[in-house]
Design a protein around this ligand. Sequence first.
Ligand SMILES: Nc1ncnc2c1ncn2[C@@H]1O[C@H](COP(=O)(O)OP(=O)(O)O)[C@@H](O)[C@H]1O
Ligand SMILES: [Mg+2]
Length: 258
Amino acid sequence: MAQNNNETEGFRDDQPQSKERGKAMISVRDLYKSFGNQQVLKGISFDVYAGETLGIIGPSGCGKSTILKLLCGLLIPDSGSVTLGSDRYGLVFQGSALLNSLSVAENLRLPLRLSKMSKEDENAKIAQTLKLVGLEDFRNAFPGNLSGGQQKRTSFARAIVNDPQIILYDEPTTGLDPVMSTVIEDYMITLETQLHAASIVVTHQYSTWTKTAHRIILMHAGKIVWEGRPEEAVISENPFMKQFAHATREGPMLAGTV
Ligand SMILES: Nc1ncnc2c1ncn2[C@@H]1O[C@H](COP(=O)(O)OP(=O)(O)O)[C@@H](O)[C@H]1O
Ligand SMILES: [Mg+2]
């Protein structure tokens, strides 16, 4: 069952206007990627504009993380193209991927090392970013002593300390309790709005894609099988979208094949 029975609340109400969009910040065209003889992506295309969050949803193993890895250059496509409008991007990985031997502040300093900031400017930026995620009192704490939600927020802070224009989230709320998921989802909206970034959120958590995405693409068997707004998705009669939104066994996405 869908976790949210009220289908009129909780969606983004700040749809970006197409005429204000300008050039896409993220542009993906006809992307193909195989691992060995397993064809994971079979022609994926989409655009994301500044100030917009695209949700990529779909069953486990359908290639969502692969798309993010292709976007940030961790993988090379077999064919097709990825064009980013900025080289300032932040990644929030599936796990928090923090360095446990470094304090919270030093984890945030890592991406700043590439910039030529003075130590004082770095410290000011770290303090400002930690405040944004409500962790100003934890700058000297070590990740191992933080709660799951605090680790996640630290990982957010590290992803945005460089003022990225592109933010990529891989399953940002998976494994968090519902209250912490809400906190993280609210942060995502705040960050995107403050930075006017183009964001992609990969998730299969209902609350996350319904609340944070302006637009979603649903993937199945290497292709996009549905595209639209979350409020349209939850009432869609498309057999793939219907099955995914309502988490039913009956439908074209067979359990056991994903
Ligand atoms: N580096 C890799 N080598 C071989 N197979 C991979 C690799 N990365 C991903 N895969 C396979 O590609 C498919 C898609 O993986 P992934 O993009 O991680 O899925 P998702 O994030 O949607 O759960 C899976 O079957 C996975 O096992
Ligand atoms: Mg994944």
